[in-house]
Design a protein around this ligand. Structure first.
Ligand SMILES: [Zn+2]
Length: 341
């Protein structure tokens, strides 16, 4: 291999792996509900699922939809329903704050532990499960991916005085001591203006950087609904801003494959149709090359390696078992060795 080819390969290896999560990811992570059997509601029938449907008693709505975003979008335009909007927002926050990740390792734990600091997980979900998983996997290693909450999260707290954000459980701003507030979670569909929310604005800026530089982008359980038309446009623009024919898109979803191809085709086009569709997280690059997904991808597809990984992610019953499983990788990392094993 010529010198400059080696440099290109080395640069590729250092590129991030970006995960984008939607509601389907949380559903797959807690198929039987959270630690106490609470389900993660879907946008359709949302208010009924979290048990606050009665708030709409006596409210006259034009929309016949049961989708929370459609209902919210109509309510916020009517001043007489300000109180109801506030109560709906409070109900959503209360429901999600109660959610607890099950005790045994979940897919979210495997996901976070299978990525490193250079990588990123961006989620559209409001639930606190991803952060709860992060906090326990962080006991195994601190070299973990950055996390972005694209529609905010009940786990994020904001200080309105310093325009600074941190985990909501800290309760008070670590800079000025003022109480942290919960950022808004819902936005009207027609005009999803995130610029009012400092946390969300920063998250989107960072996401765009990752979209421009990632070697692998994996979209898990995110259907890019019509209400997120603007979001999809921003993502595609950032992704298309660079030369990508060597890069890879992965989609993890249980939906119909033809529909998934149609949804993600504009992204796949840029990668020369390197689009893989999987039903499960464990079938993706991180399942085969945990903590080495981009390294494994480059070794196989750029360097022409025919071998397979001898180290794959496995479901574990306890965190001790999981820590022991990844130990060989962490030992190598302590010597700055990020090679596939
Ligand atoms: Zn403050």
């Amino acid at each position: 291999m010529r010198q400059n080819e080696g440099d290109i390969v080395e640069l590729m290896r250092r590129r991030p792996h970006l995960f984008i999560l939607g509601a389907g990811a949380t559903k797959a992570t807690i198929p039987n509900g959270d630690k106490y059997g609470r389900q993660s509601p879907v946008m359709e029938n949302f208010l009924r699922e979290i048990g606050i449907e009665s708030l709409l008693n006596g409210v006259k709505l034009r929309t016949k939809s049961h989708n929370i975003e459609a209902i919210y979008s109509e309510l916020v335009t009517k001043p007489e329903y300000t109180d109801i909007v506030t109560k709906i927002e409070e109900g959503i926050v209360t429901h999600y704050r109660q959610m607890q990740i099950p005790d045994a390792p979940t897919l979210y734990d495997y996901l976070i532990l299978s990525l490193r600091k250079k990588d990123c997980i961006a989620t559209f979900n409001w639930d606190p499960l991803l952060i709860q998983a992060y906090n326990r996997v962080n006991k195994i290693t601190h070299d973990l991916p950055e996390m972005l909450f694209l529609h905010s999260s009940v786990a994020v707290g904001i200080c309105e005085d310093c325009r600074h954000y941190e985990p909501y459980r800290n309760k008070y701003c670590s800079l000025c001591g003022e109480p942290l507030i919960s950022p808004r979670l819902l936005y009207p569909v027609e005009n999803k203006d995130y610029s009012q929310n400092i946390y969300i604005q920063d998250a989107w800026n960072t996401l765009q950087n990752y979209l421009e530089t990632a070697c692998i982008v994996t979209i898990w359980g995110y259907s890019a609904p019509k209400s997120d038309k603007e979001a999809k446009k921003i993502m595609l623009k950032a992704f298309s801003s660079d030369y990508r024919p060597l890069d890879q898109i992965e989609v993890i979803d249980i939906a119909d494959e033809d529909k998934l191809y149609e949804t993600w085709q504009p992204f796949a086009k840029d990668t020369n149709y390197h689009l893989n569709i999987h039903k499960s997280l464990m079938d993706t690059y991180i399942g085969e090359f945990p903590r080495r997904s981009v390294e494994g991808y480059v070794k196989r597809n750029i360097e022409g390696w025919w071998g397979g990984s001898t180290f794959v992610m496995k479901e574990c019953n306890t965190f001790e078992e999981l820590a022991k499983l990844v130990e060989p990788l962490l030992v190598n990392e302590s010597r700055k060795d990020y090679n596939v094993i």
